[in-house]
Design a protein around this ligand. Structure first.
Ligand code: MG
Length: 160
């Protein structure tokens, strides 16, 4: 009846695209290199949700070779993933996201990001957690070259 899922994603800064995280436009000098809009939070979350249901991964469902997803709004990926879960009789108990970023500072944007994810997935705010941390200046993230995200989810199934 319970299914746990974990997801991870990381993208490199450098793109002229806007920085979009959890569907929210974050003012910053750089966007993330990606075939889609580079929304690492939504990508990690999709992988966690798909993983919990053993439905593969985001690359299988939304290939980065597919021209349909060029510069795609990643919210579409999350909506589609949510529909797949509902078709399988799953609902989301809660989700917890940890974003790793040296810059920009994300804390001021967390309330809007939580609300956006709750809206897309038809959840209460209390079911959606987003935390941000730095890596103390270490590694690619610490050098502001990249941004990464971990996500875990718990699903409830009516079928088991
Ligand atoms: Mg990605």
């Amino acid at each position: 009846m319970f299914r746990i899922g974990h997801g991870f994603d990381m993208h490199k800064f450098g793109s002229a695209k806007p920085l979009i995280l959890a569907g929210i436009n974050i003012p910053y000098s750089h966007g993330l290199n990606a075939h889609s809009d580079g929304d690492v939070i939504i990508h990690a979350l999709c992988d966690a949700l798909l993983g919990a249901a053993a439905l593969g991964d985001i690359g299988q469902h939304f290939s980065d070779k597919d021209p349909r997803w060029q510069n795609a709004n990643s919210q579409l990926f999350l909506e589609h993933t949510h529909t797949l879960l509902q078709q399988q009789g799953y609902r989301i108990a809660n989700l917890d996201v940890t974003v790793l970023a040296e810059a920009p500072r994300l804390a001021p944007h967390v309330p809007a990001m939580r609300q956006r994810l709750a809206d897309i997935l038809a959840l209460a705010l209390t079911q959606v957690s987003i935390k941000a941390t730095t890596t103390e200046g270490l590694g690619a993230i610490g050098h502001k070259q990249a941004l990464a995200c971990y996500a875990v989810v718990l699903l409830l199934s009516a079928n088991e």
